[in-house]
Ligand binder design. Structure first.
Ligand SMILES: C[S@@+](CC[C@H](N)C(=O)[O-])C[C@H]1O[C@@H](n2cnc3c(N)ncnc32)[C@H](O)[C@@H]1O
Length: 455
């Protein structure tokens, strides 16, 4: 991009103001929901949220529990390097940064266990929130690798773990991670399932004996490549697809999640749809970065106040509709975004529930119409016969076109230790929990249920 003209600069400033007004407007819509004790509502919420969004994203450390598996010690191989011995969190804490004359930021690592449900098998630590005006950067040392090259921790936004916990995965589940790159949630899912994927006592067990399956999908080729690198760096090779193994637990595809034909109907017990979204915090950070370098943020020139509604309609609703079709009865989908916009969050949930009801009504109406037509034509093609050609048939009854099996979507309104409720889901915002800095993450858990008496 060349040097911007005065006209371009003026248009940019106008768009920039519109963008901020729109974000604030989206947030006012969230505020119209009942306030919660988790947040100080005495002042206008945007006044606390906006500066919190501008701060650097606060990272947490997910310990990779595959890193220390005895499973990887193949017969005849040397035991794990004693320098890396001890529990994973000890290793991470004891990482020696003193040589650089710094106090290890790892001493500041705080156990995130108190925020997690007691049954949560994930081990997470987080660093204190950085101040924008502070020159102090909490830099983590690079992750350590074990003898098999697997890294010991992955950095992520602590809030992003909650949609994975809400998914409630269990051994034996067939799971779809519908839009997976770069893979933070895939890793959380695999770490969550670790004990069912890797039998720690039987080092010869093959993956084929374990029924848990994880289908990981990502449409973008470059992002899918990045996802594969992440999986290779953190997950044992025998769980991953390869030319030599037909037994992998993880399958990776590049399908378009907006296409109804991409996933087989009624196949998955659990689906995580971490949808592409407006990512307002990321946009604000990009704006700040570009403008500090006296550049215009060129993505802003393609932005319009209706962008959020467009994403919701053209991507998110289609993906969620396909996700609920691909769920088994009794299965659960967790829909999540990192957007503030109700268009991309609660509205998508409301619209998918409405769409399913509409489809149900149409299918019932069509079936009743076909029944009526059968009756009028006296068609008996749907009646079962015993196959004996020469036995005289009893008088035929008019055919009964079966009524379709109908289903409905049930929204779960469970509460979590961090964040606050929205109309249908749950939201974790960076100004919550004493400005903890996590998020934004919105998520909503939906279960697919057979409609009683639908046949
Ligand atoms: C919010 S990111 C997912 C982040 C990921 N779950 C994680 O935790 O690392 C959304 C992803 O959806 C992908 N995506 C966008 N459109 C898609 C489509 N039509 N089908 C499948 N994936 C798509 C994007 O390339 C992007 O990687």
């Amino acid at each position: 991009m060349g040097k911007p003209t005065q006209k371009e600069k003026a248009r940019y400033q106008l768009l920039r103001q519109k963008l901020l007004d729109t974000y604030r407007g989206h947030f006012d819509d969230i505020l119209s929901k009942p306030p919660t004790a988790a947040v100080d509502q005495t002042q206008h919420r945007w006044e606390t949220l906006y500066p919190a969004l501008l701060k650097p994203t606060r990272h947490a450390v997910l310990l990779n529990t595959f890193h220390g598996e005895p499973y990887f010690q193949h017969p005849g191989e040397a035991p794990t390097n004693p320098r890396l011995g001890g529990s994973l969190d000890e290793r991470l804490r004891n990482f020696d940064l003193k040589s650089s004359g710094e106090v290890s930021p790892l001493e500041l690592l705080e156990d995130a266990g108190r925020w997690l449900p007691p049954s949560c098998p994930l081990q997470l630590y987080h660093l204190p929130q950085q101040q924008t005006d502070s020159s102090k950067e909490y830099l983590l040392p690079p992750p350590l690798k074990n003898l098999h090259g697997l890294k010991n921790y992955y950095c992520l936004d602590f809030a992003s773990v909650f949609p994975v916990l809400a998914l409630d995965v269990h051994p034996g589940h067939t799971i779809l991670d519908m839009t997976a790159a770069p893979g933070g949630k895939t890793l959380s899912l695999l770490n969550h399932l670790r004990s069912s994927l890797v039998p720690t006592t039987d080092t010869t067990a093959s993956a084929s004996t374990i029924k848990t399956r994880l289908h990981v999908n990502e449409i973008d080729f470059q992002r899918r490549k990045r996802l594969r690198v992440v999986l290779d760096e953190y997950v044992p090779a025998n769980l991953l697809p390869s030319t030599s193994s037909t037994n992998s637990i993880v399958q990776i595809t590049g399908k378009d999640a907006t296409e109804a034909s991409s996933f087989r109907a009624e196949t998955y017990d659990r689906i995580l749809l971490d949808a592409p979204c407006s990512s307002e915090r990321h946009v604000l950070h990009q704006l700040h970065k570009q403008e500090s370098a006296s550049n215009l943020h060129k993505d802003l020139l393609n932005w319009s106040p209706s962008s959020s509604e467009k994403i919701a309609k053209s991507l998110q609703l289609k993906m969620l509709t396909n996700a609920v079709q691909a769920l088994k009865f009794g299965g659960t989908v967790v829909y999540s975004t990192c957007s503030l916009s109700p268009h991309e969050n609660d509205d998508v949930i409301e619209n998918v529930v409405r769409l399913v009801d509409k489809q149900n009504r149409k299918r019932t109406k069509d079936a009743l119409r076909r029944r009526e037509a059968d009756r009028e034509s006296g068609d008996d093609s749907n009646i079962e016969k015993d196959g004996a050609e020469d036995v005289p048939h009893p008088p035929t009854k008019p055919a009964q076109t079966p009524l379709p099996e109908l289903w409905t979507l049930e929204i779960d309104h469970a509460s979590w230790s961090i964040g606050e409720p929205t109309k249908h889901g749950w939201m974790i915002l960076p100004d919550q929990q004493d400005n903890a800095g996590w998020g934004p993450i919105y998520f909503c858990k939906i279960t697919k249920k057979r409609k009683k008496g639908s046949r």
